[in-house]
Write a protein that binds this ligand. Structure first.
Ligand code: ASP
Length: 614
């Protein structure tokens, strides 16, 4: 080794010892004749001192050192002079008096400060990712990611799980996204697909008698750019045989509880994790990914709405829509400008509008008077109707009710985003809380208005709940599945289900999804055949590792928890991928490019560095 101890590990107990250190020049300070260097390695910083009287040659070299040069130094650990200790640094009691230095490599001036947490254009950070990762916050992320994954591995190992790798070159494994394809040289005109997840493979491992499988799996999905998506993401992929829903949920609850308690002691969570059905979640929060750090529960006001003289409410309900709202506590004093902002907010998110009803003044709701009601709709509402709505959303004088009317889907969506917004504005979410909850009993299918077809809510392999199979052909929308999600603070952290393990039932589900016999044979033959050879009942789940780190490390940007991510538009600025390839490579693959020159140019924005704007 070129060092005897890490820079960040030197302590007072080493005083008097000679150490060899190696690392990067974090900062150099010339104090008259003495030169101080903060030397940095992965473990941290230590101050080293060059004194021209004791070591003139080393001092001469130190004069030339610049930021990010890599050096090896040998010297004696000494106590820092009285008054110059740095209590903010673990090595702050000592310094190292250097007698010898070797420059291991020089560095050009870095494109951004490594030694300061300054704002840097993200494209530049990604282009020089190896330098970005030297910065303490990124180093901490890399270390934490390692610890999280190690914790998961150890936890599952102790519980009899086997870690098994599954192929990356495989056939289409649909999870609702587009596949990444890899052309085959040996089989002209044929393609592998990169797995969208190892879903079918883990089910086949259950058929293989593995019983408890996991993998830290890479999943590839060619999706349109979205803020918190990457073309490849990492999942803890997990599957178990002979289990019921509760077995999977209990395991995950224990894993997450122990992991957070061990690695994120500053975070807190509510145990046991609340479990709510999809229906409950939609009713209370308008979404299946609720942020449960705060209440702001919603209530359906459709029946009260129809009794009013307010056309907006009555016509919506007549045409099958809903009137729904929630209470914003203490917001009765919102100004016109503030309520207008909220109206614009929901309109930008697909709602027709927002009705705000402020209950001004104080006192008991039962004593509410007409004068206390402030709303654009007040002349269409009786005091009794307003009181009833207030009771439903638990509003009191001093509060403001926020109400949206419209088709259920868009109303829920807009309201759920508004609820999130109000939670932020009112500072209701404790950043240290991880509000984990399970959402269960999802519908198996979701109607696709555009195509007039039924899509799988999650994927095609989930088992219908007991007693729901009978509606598969007659009323698919009514079929609930043994399907569950783990959510935290408004994000979905994991999805899973108990699977179908019999051919006949699986074929019926494929039929609802509109797959032809040929498509089924082409995509799922291996799984259906396995079901005919003694596949046991099984189920599993797949928590996203990137998302988990984002929530636990408080990052808004998925790229900040991945060592080498791509930009939001799927570009890798470091390797400049995707890229063109040699004509001969294309010929080997029997591929002809039909895109013209212009189409083949990368979006210039990508290389200019503003592609990351979200
Ligand atoms: N394969 C699923 C997914 O990637 C997870 C699961 O059902 O286990 O979302």
């Amino acid at each position: 080794m070129l060092k005897t101890i890490s820079c960040g590990d030197v302590r007072a107990e080493h005083i008097g010892k000679t150490v060899t250190l190696a690392g990067w020049v974090n900062r150099r300070r010339d104090h008259g004749s003495l030169i101080f260097i903060d030397l940095r390695d992965r473990e941290g910083l230590v101050q080293v001192v060059f004194n021209p009287e004791n070591a003139p040659e080393a001092h001469g070299i130190a004069e030339q050192l610049r930021s990010e040069w890599v050096v090896q130094v040998i010297g004696e650990v000494t106590k820092r002079p009285e008054g110059s200790e740095n209590p903010n640094l673990p090595t702050g009691q000592i310094e190292v008096a250097i007698n010898q230095i070797t420059v291991l490599n020089e560095s050009k001036t870095p494109p951004f400060y490594i030694n300061e947490e300054s704002e840097v254009d993200e494209f530049i950070r990604l282009k020089y990712r190896y330098m970005d990762l030297r910065r303490p916050a990124m180093r901490d992320m890399i270390i934490m990611r390692h610890k999280v994954v190690k914790f998961i591995r150890d936890f599952l190992d102790e519980r009899g799980f086997l870690e098994i790798e599954t192929p990356i070159l495989i056939k289409s494994t649909p999870e609702g996204a587009r596949d990444y394809l890899v052309p085959s040289r040996l089989y002209p005109g044929r393609f592998y697909a990169l797995p969208q997840s190892p879903q079918q493979l883990k089910q086949l491992l259950m058929a293989a008698g593995v019983e408890r499988y996991f993998q830290i799996a890479r999943c590839f999905r060619d999706e349109d750019p979205r803020a918190d998506r990457q073309p490849e993401h990492t999942q803890l992929d997990l599957e178990m045989s002979f289990v019921e829903e509760d077995d999977v949920l209990n395991l995950i609850e224990e894993l997450y509880t122990k992991l957070i308690e061990a690695l994120f002691p500053e975070k807190w969570l509510v145990k046991p994790f609340p479990r709510l059905t999809y229906e409950e979640s939609m009713a209370l929060y308008g979404t299946d990914k609720p942020d449960m750090r705060f209440d702001l529960d919603m209530a359906d006001l459709s029946d009260v709405g129809t009794q009013t003289e307010f056309r907006v409410f009555t016509s919506v309900v007549e045409s099958g829509g809903i009137v729904k709202g929630f209470n914003a506590p203490g917001c009765a004093t919102y100004s016109r400008r503030q309520t207008d902002e909220l109206i614009d907010f929901v309109k930008a998110r697909g709602a027709q509008g927002l009705v705000t009803i402020s209950l001004t003044g104080e006192g008991d709701l039962d004593d509410l008077t007409e004068e206390q009601i402030r709303s654009g709709a007040s002349r269409f509402l009786t005091v009794e109707q307003v009181k009833e709505m207030a009771r439903r959303v638990e509003a009191q004088p001093g509060d403001m009710m926020l109400i949206v009317a419209g088709p259920a889907k868009s109303t829920n969506l807009a309201l759920s985003l508004l609820r999130h917004e109000m939670g932020q504005r009112l500072g209701l979410a404790d950043p240290n809380q991880v509000a984990l909850a399970f959402v269960t009993d999802f519908p198996l299918f979701e109607y696709n208005d555009d195509d007039g077809t039924w899509d799988a809510m999650h994927h095609a392999f989930s088992m219908p709940k007991e007693g729901h199979e009978q509606f598969l052909e007659t009323d698919p929308g009514r079929v609930l599945g043994k399907l569950y999600d783990l959510v935290a603070n408004g994000s979905e952290l994991a999805s899973g289900s108990i699977r179908i393990h019999k051919r006949e039932l699986q074929e019926r589900v494929f039929k609802v999804l509109g797959y032809s016999k040929e498509q089924v044979a082409e995509r799922f033959d291996q799984l259906l055949t396995a079901f005919e050879y003694g596949t046991p009942p099984h189920g599993g789940i797949a928590p996203g590792i990137d998302r988990l780190l984002m929530v636990l490390m408080g990052k808004d940007n998925i790229r900040d928890v991945i060592a080498f991510p791509k930009t939001q538009s799927g570009f890798d600025p470091l390797f400049e991928a995707p890229n063109v390839v040699e004509q001969s490579q294309l010929e080997d693959l029997h591929i002809q490019i039909t895109a013209n020159e212009e189409e083949r140019q990368l979006d210039p924005a990508l290389t200019e560095g503003n592609a990351l704007a979200e």
